[in-house]
Every structure is written in C-alpha cells, then in structure tokens.
Design a protein. Structure first.
Lengths: 341, 243, 290
C-alpha cells in the first residue's frame, strides 16, 4: 500500500507503460490516423480525472458524484480569461485550479455534516443547481457558452505555450499536452498517497469515528480531499476548453465527466493509484471500438454498441468486483505477495 | 493536586432512558481507575461523553484544567485523552503499522518519524513483526493490541480502555493486564478501564468506581468496594453473579 | 392567493405520483442500502410495457398494471440474483458501476427494439376523462391527475402497511439493520434482498404505467425521474417510508411553485437547494432513522 519500494516487476511495467504512452502517437502520425491520437487524448484525460476522483472517492471513501462542476469551473475560468483578457492557457489553467479549490472548500465544508449517501445527494445537488445557473448566466455566455478564438502559431513552442495546436499536428499536440498534465497529476497524487494526508484520508474511509478518536478532524480532511479532486478536475477542464475551443454548460457539466472516471476507477481498482489508469485504458478504447463498429453501418442508431458496452461492464462488475488491478498479476509475473495472518 | 480528569455531575438521557445520572468521578495523573457495573449501567455512555462523541445534557467534564464538556473528539485527543472501543475498531484496510502511523501523525507531521514511532509501539504492544499484515486479518487479541498501540501513538496522558479484555482467553487477558501495567508504569499514562472481569480489574486498579442503572453507587479502593453491600446487591440481585 | 393555492394543489397531486416512483427506491436504497443507477430504467420499462399493451392489444394502462407489476417483480428478482448479489459484498462503487452497465443495457435494448421515437398513450380510462374537471373552492382539479394521485396514494399506503405492520415487513427491516442478527432468528437475507429488488422494481414500474397517461414514452425518459427519486428518498430520510411520501409531496409543491413564480428551468435546482438547506439543519433527512 503506502510503501516506498516498488517491486521489480511493477517498475518494469511502469517503464514500459511510460515508453508506450510517449511513443504511441508517432506511428499514427506518420500514417495520418489522428483519430486514434484523439482516443489516446480522451484516455489520458479520463485517466487523469479518475486519479483525481480517487482522492475523494477511493482514498477518503466518500460518494462524490459532483466533481464535474469543478471541471466546468476550470473550463470556464480558463476560457473566460483567454477570451476576454487574452490570458494564455497555462496561466488560465492555474487560475481555474485556484478558483475551483476555493469554491470547493467553501461549498463542501457545510456538507461534511452529512454522512454517506446523504453527502452523495448533496454533491449531486450542487451539480443540479449549477446547470440552470450555467445556462442562464449572461456573463459566461449562458446557454450559448463561450468561444475561444482560434490562433495559429508558426512554431511548435508557441503553440505549446498557448495550448493552441492546429493543422496536421493538432491531435498530436493535444495528446502530448494531456500526457504532460496526466503525468504531473499522477506524480503529485503519488506524493499525496505517501504523505500524512494519504494516511488520514484512508483512516476516515475505514472508520471515521475511530479516526476522530486519534485526533483526525474528519470534516477538515474531507474538505481537503475534495479540494484536491476539484483541482485535478479543473485542470482537466481547462485543457478540454482549449481542445474543444468552446465551452457551454451542456457539454462541460455533463454527468459523464464524473461517471466515466468513476467507472474507470472501479474497473481498474478503487483506491489504488494506478486503478483509474488501467480502467481508462481498457474502457475507453472499448467504447470507441464499439461505437465505430457496432454504432455505424447497418446497425447504426439502434444503440447496439451501448448494449454490448453495458454487458461488458456488467460482466466485469459481476466477476471481478474488486477491480482488475486486484488480479494476481504478481503471481503471474513471479512476485511474492505478503501473506495474511 | 487537582485530578487530571474530573467528571462533575454528568447526566445523559436518551429519550426516556436515563443512561447517566449525576455521575461524578475523578482520575488522578498517577492512577488506574476501574469503572465497573452490570450491563447497561452506563459505563460506555460515560466514556463516550468524556471522549467527546456525545455531550452530557447536564454537568461538566474537565481535563487538565480545560473544560471539554462540549469539545469534539479530535480536539480532546489533541489535549491528551485517547480511547479504545468496546467493539474493536481498527482501520481494517490498512496494515497494522499504518494504523499506528495514523495515530503517531497526531504528534508529528513527518511520515518517517511517525513510522519509526509506530514500529516502536508495535514492539511495545507485542505486535513486532506483524506490522505488514492487514489489520482486518489479525486475531481479536492482536486487534485489541493494535488499537492500544494506535491510541498510545497519540501520546495521551489519559487512556480510556473500554472492555479491552472482553473476548480474550485467560492467557490473552493476563498478557493484556501486564501490558496495561507497563503502559501505566513505563509511559506514565493515567488509565481508566471499563471492565466486566473482576479478577482483572481488582488487582489492576488503585480505585474502583461502580455504576448501576446510571448512578454511581461506590467509589473507593478495591478491597472496600468489593465488600460494599450496594455493590453486592447490584451484581447478585436479579441473578447477575460477580465472576 | 388562489394562484399559489392552485400551484400547491397541482404540486401535491404530482407529489403523490413522485412518491410512487420513489418508494421502490426507498426500499432498495433507503432500506437495503443498495445503489441502483438503473431505477429510472425500471420506470421506463413500466411505461413501455403499458404503452405496448395499450397500442398492441388495446389493454387499458390501468389494467396493464397487474401484468406489468408481476413481470417487473420477476425482473427485479432476476437482476438481484444474477448481478447485484455478486457485487453486494464488495465496494459500494462496484454496485454503482454494475447498475450503470444495466442502465446502458436496458435503455439501449429498448432503443434497439423500439427506436428513440416519442410515443403516447391516448386511449384508456384516464385519457377519456381528460376533459373532465372538478372545481372545488375555486381551485381546479383535472380528474385524470386526481385519480392517478389517488391510486398512487392507495398503493403507497398498502406498501407502508406491508413494511411497517406485517411480519414480512419486519423481517425486511431486520435484514437491513443487521444481516447476521436477522440470520440468527431464521430470516434468510438473500431472500429478503431478492424480494426487496422485486418489490422495488414492481412499484416503480407501476408508477410508470400510471405516468404513461401524462408523459411521453421514450427510452431516455427515466433519467429525470431517477435523480429526483434519489433526492426524495434522501430528503425523507433513510428507513422512513412515510418520510418518502412527505418528501415527495414537498418536492412536487416546490417544483410547481417554482414553475409558476420563477422559471421552469430552475424547478429541479430549487428542489435540490431545499435539500441542501434542510440537510444543514437535519443531516439525517426529515424522518431518517440513520
């Protein structure tokens, strides 16, 4: 669990995975298949969101179905700052993160009085209230939303610094930007996992009252956990805004920005740092493949792809409820596991 | 010298049930106080009030000069009171070592320091070598030790032990008594222990307080309390025999 | 003043229908603590069942309630036995995940079979009464909605009596509080859970068969009701069937009043804002036991 040493097999998997992620889009670029780069982009964004959600959901054990609100906050903040003041993307991203953290802390603190399922509905409540506000608030464009004026840059550096890629390397650029953000998020969350915060979050999850008995202020740490999740969601939202070049309520406040990362986390293994990554790598390509093969052609419009997708989810849930990371990879690759008492 | 803990006329009601009525007790800094009484006498309710999980409807609780009547549990722990639970509550999904680390982090923010202290405490409570096991897989006796180690990690000056011996075999209970004595003597912690098992509580305590139906009926050295008529009637009346 | 009273009265009637939608969830989630993202899909299946019986066989939706209830009861038990039982022991999020899969499956199976077109039920007892109005004390009651609300109330009370006053209901409550203790007194928890799922599914499908007289039928119709049902059960408080009814009535009224005085876009937002407000003062809901 919270141990500093990584086994040899896991270290190997890490290196191979990192290389694969870095190299993945290059052969696609040479063949001009940018669609698959975009799939990779979506995998990375959802993996990042899953890693972020894991902090409040997997580690702290709280039912949170509302972080898409902070995804929207990040998207809108970055988009607004750029569209109205010309602030460059990365600064806008940081600003979005800051706004999301403050908003989350203020909103969540009173909600920590609510336990378990009641808290869950409260997170949904904030989302339900945010939707009509987003659709009617003129300052952020109401239902029309905001458009980000497109700018082409001559140099790669220029494009990267302002997060505005265009032309044949557009998908490639966004893929690597997502990879960078994802890597930073993963590294930061790994640090959190090993820190005092990581211990306290898991204590609250396992037994909140017992945790209070050893001095843990459960309300405060729930707020901190949720704010970390909000920060990750906001960063992803800002990236998304510059990728989509438009931000409007129906798109950034969609429930799937939280349900898909949650599903990925459950598939991979809830509470495990790499769980969401494994889950995203599996779920999203499956849904894309389903959608392009079964969702088009003679079977189009009949939802067959989603039927199969639903069946796959049900089968995974029924046969491996603890997530795919909990499969005995160690045994399969020859690593010894600690024995129970 | 003022007592470390002073409960003054604490009263706690649950709807129609009067769990604690006007209960007063003290624990001095160098004492082990036993809290006994038949089932339902209100012992755990009193503990919950002291530790901050409930607040008395009337009366006052003072710890080391600070009024903790309405204080939250985490703040009370910070002030120096730690507790164990009647039904053992470890952090099941974490290792034994990590459980104690959580306690140690109350007094230090550095994880390496906390881990070192946690290792020491695991040794002290007899769990050395079992630190990497998941808490949920430990035996009951080991889980109770773990709870104690975790509580000790917060550097308490008062330790509240709620039925720490229940469910243990005589051998395990004897080991637990030795541990409690060591905690008191080597770590200088005042202890208040709720217990059913007479052979354990009497030799261990400097003073014994007896509750019956929410009311204190005796408070004194063990030899005196054992001969008190009200106490004998409380235990033997209604076919409840003292073991 | 009569405008407000009218809004309240309309909201109350709608509230009884919401209560029927929510009570199935009150049993599955409120009592048995199992999360079901596909609750709205059960509702949708009830609606489609009623439409299909009406359009295909000329069976009045109100009569169709019986076969639909029986069929959905069996379906609920099936879902429990083959899916939910396997995910029950693990993380609650796995239950969520499993029922999301169920949601995709059910919704799109209906899309595959019937397409996403909107359908309507225009025949039947309630439809034939749609011109009739009742005027009492200056307030107007549409008879169909009034009749539907009445029916919902009767069914709700029947369920309340079942849960609170029969031995079976007590066994259900016992299982929800302490599974092992229930086992010790001879209750079989697996059977209780299966029955809870069957009942829950049947009740919300019945609600669908009634709602079909007032709402369009299409595969995605369930979502709006799902979110509202969850809010209602939580607002009423876990473990309290009566709380579900009162919360549903409250939600109906809040929605109705918001639509009249503020804006239809905010009707759900106000329901949830009320939830937050009430939650601050009563973290366990209006009548929650835990």
């Amino acid at each position: 669990m919270a141990r500093a040493r990584i086994s040899g097999a896991a270290r190997l998997a890490l290196v191979v995975g990192a290389l694969a992620a870095i190299v993945y889009p290059i052969p696609l670029q040479l063949q001009g298949q940018t669609y698959y780069q975009t799939v990779g982009f979506l995998v990375l964004v959802n993996a990042m969101l899953g890693v972020g959600w894991n902090v409040i959901g997997g580690w702290t054990g709280q039912f949170d179905f509302g972080p898409q609100v902070f995804f929207a906050v990040g998207a809108y903040t970055a988009a607004l700052l750029y569209a109205k003041l010309g602030v460059i993307a990365w600064v806008g991203l940081l600003a979005g993160v800051a706004v999301a953290i403050v908003l989350c802390a203020v909103l969540t603190y009173p909600l920590t009085r609510l336990r378990g399922h009641y808290f869950a509905i409260a997170t949904v409540a904030i989302w339900m209230i945010a939707q009509p506000i987003g659709a009617s608030w003129e300052f952020i464009g109401a239902a029309q939303g905001l458009f980000l004026p497109v700018q082409t840059h001559d140099s790669v550096v220029g494009a990267a610094l302002s997060l505005q890629f265009s032309g044949p390397t557009k998908a490639l650029g966004y893929y690597y930007s997502a990879l960078l953000l994802f890597a930073v998020t993963l590294a930061l969350m790994a640090l959190v996992e090993r820190s005092k915060l990581g211990y306290y979050f898991r204590a609250i999850r396992d037994d909140q009252e017992a945790a209070e008995g050893i001095g843990i202020d459960s309300r405060r740490y729930k707020v901190i956990a949720r704010s970390i999740t909000a920060a990750v969601f906001a960063a992803a939202g800002a990236l998304y805004a510059f990728w989509a070049l438009s931000v409007f309520p129906e798109q950034v406040l969609e429930l799937h920005w939280s349900t898909l990362p949650i599903m990925a986390t459950v598939v991979g293994g809830i509470g495990r740092l790499w769980g969401p990554v494994l889950g995203a790598v599996i779920l999203i390509p499956i849904s894309q493949v389903m959608s392009t093969t079964l969702g088009t052609g003679p079977l189009a419009g009949r939802g067959i792809d989603l039927i199969v997708y639903g069946l796959i989810i049900i089968v995974i849930a029924a046969f491996r409820p603890t997530g795919l990371l909990s499969l005995p990879w160690g045994r399969w690759f020859g690593r010894r596991r600690p024995a129970p008492a | 010298m003022a007592p470390l803990l002073s409960v003054e006329s604490s009263t706690k009601r649950f709807g129609g049930l009067l769990a604690n009525r006007d209960v007063s007790l003290t624990v001095g800094a160098g004492e082990i106080v036993g809290l006994i009484g038949p089932n339902g006498a209100g012992k755990t309710t009193l503990f919950n009030c002291i530790a901050g999980y409930m607040h008395p409807d009337a009366g006052r609780i003072v710890f080391d000069g600070t009024d903790i009547t309405r204080t939250r549990p985490e703040r009370i722990c910070r002030l120096g009171v730690a507790r164990t639970w009647q039904v053992v509550r470890t952090f099941g999904r974490m290792t034994a070592l990590d459980n104690v680390v959580c306690g140690a982090l109350e007094r230090t923010s550095r994880v390496t320091e906390a881990r070192a202290r946690a290792s020491e405490l695991l040794e002290f409570t007899g769990l050395g070598g079992r630190g990497d096991l998941l808490a949920a897989t430990l035996t009951l006796a080991d889980k109770k030790r773990l709870e104690i180690a975790r509580a000790l990690a917060t550097r308490p000056r008062l330790l509240l032990l709620d039925e720490a011996m229940s469910g243990l075999t005589p051998l395990e209970a004897a080991a637990a008594v030795t541990l409690v004595r060591r905690i008191h003597e080597e770590l200088g912690v005042a202890i208040c222990v709720v217990e059913h098992v007479m052979e354990v509580v009497m030799p261990l305590s400097h003073r014994v307080v007896v509750l019956d139906y929410g009311v204190k009926i005796a408070d004194g050295p063990p030899e005196t309390v054992v001969r008190d008529e009200q106490v004998i009637r409380a235990y033997l009346g209604g076919r409840r025999a003292a073991r | 003043m009569t405008e407000l009273a009218q809004a309240v009265v309309n909201g109350l009637q709608m509230g009884f229908l919401y209560a029927l939608v929510a009570v199935g969830l009150a049993i599955i989630w409120g009592l048995m603590e199992m999360i079901n993202f596909a609750h709205g899909e059960f509702l949708m299946l009830g609606m489609f069942g009623a439409w299909w019986l009406s359009a295909g066989f000329g069976i009045d939706p109100l009569l169709g309630i019986v076969p639909i209830a029986v069929a959905m009861y069996g379906f609920g038990v099936l879902v429990y036995r083959h899916l939910m039982r396997r995910v029950q022991g693990g993380d609650p999020f796995t239950q969520i995940f499993a029922t999301i899969g169920l949601l995709f499956l059910l919704q799109n199976a209906v899309v595959a079979g019937f397409t996403s077109d909107y359908r309507f039920v225009n025949e039947g007892i309630l439809a034939s009464l749609s011109r009739t109005r009742l005027d009492v004390l200056g307030l107007t009651f549409g008879v169909p909605l009034l009749a539907a609300a009445g029916l919902a109330l009767v069914l709700f009370l029947a369920l309340y009596l079942l849960i609170e006053r029969t031995e079976f209901g007590l066994a259900l409550q016992a299982t929800s509080e302490d599974r092992d203790a229930a086992r010790l007194v001879g209750i079989r928890p697996q059977r209780m859970f299966a029955v809870a799922w069957g009942l829950g599914a049947a009740l919300v499908a019945i609600a669908g068969a009634i709602l079909v007289n007032f709402f369009a039928v299409y595969p995605q119709v369930g979502l709006q009701f799902t979110v509202l049902a969850y809010a209602i059960v939580a607002l009423g408080g876990f473990g309290s069937i009566l709380g579900t009814l009162l919360a549903a009535l409250l939600v109906g009224v809040i929605q109705s009043v918001t639509v009249v005085y503020l804006s239809p876009a905010f009707k759900d937002a106000f329901v949830f804002a009320s939830y937050l407000l009430i939650g601050l003062f009563r973290p366990q809901g209006l009548f929650g036991r835990f």
